[in-house]
Write a protein that binds this ligand. Sequence first.
Ligand code: HEM
Length: 228
Amino acid sequence: MVQTAQRDSAPRSMRPVAVAIGLLILIVLAFVARRLSVDVPNVSAGTTPDDPFSVRYVEHPWRAYLHIAPGVVYLLGAPFQLSRRFRTRHYTIHRRMGRVLLSCALLSGTFALVFGIPFAWGGGLEASATVVFGAWFVACLVLAFRAIRGDNVPQHRRWMIRAFAVGVGIGTIRIWVGIFEGIEQTRSGGTTPATPDHTMFGVAFWLAFTMHVLIGEWWLRRTPALDG
Ligand code: HEM
């Protein structure tokens, strides 16, 4: 009875979640576009950008873009993989795309550590969040892979949802950064700073990723009936 109620209410409760995920992905894409608009001209001309935030990306493009590019592919493909409708209708595509997206996510997660630890704008706060949540992201992906190799579909779904919850959290980091900048601007009565404050950037990492891990767990409790 409880199972039936959960199954019935799931599609309705999924709509706001789907909208929120869509908005977060759009935010990430906007920041990717902004990154490219600064990095591509500077890297091709061999010049250094004015703002110190961007300097790290221009000086270490391989590390940065081996994180960003596969991360974008993963973020765009994962919602289809997580959609039960898509999975049941296109199971072969789900399996093939799954291999590509898993590789992309593992690459992006690894380079989050390779770029994010030594060059963290948010210093120790950001670097520590990167270690904790980057390792969690990679661990979830590996456990999801292990589960499906053992034909354990419910566990595969659970670990993939956990991984995605962290991945999409990158959009929420930018929302927190925006909120902090708005507060700072109001307090000082000045204009928006050209670069984010270091501490606030690190705090945004911890806040956003912690929120997303918890939301992921909440979602798994809410939708146990969708196991399998
Ligand atoms: C999976 C999808 C992901 C995408 C599409 C993505 C995308 C991006 C983008 C676009 C940036 C540049 C941000 C900017 O210019 O403002 C960035 C930076 C960064 N990302 Fe990711 N990311 C993803 C996942 C992750 C994960 C799971 C972590 C690990 C915790 C992570 C850690 C970082 C770090 C540490 C930076 C450097 C921030 C800095 O100090 O400038 N990302 N990412």
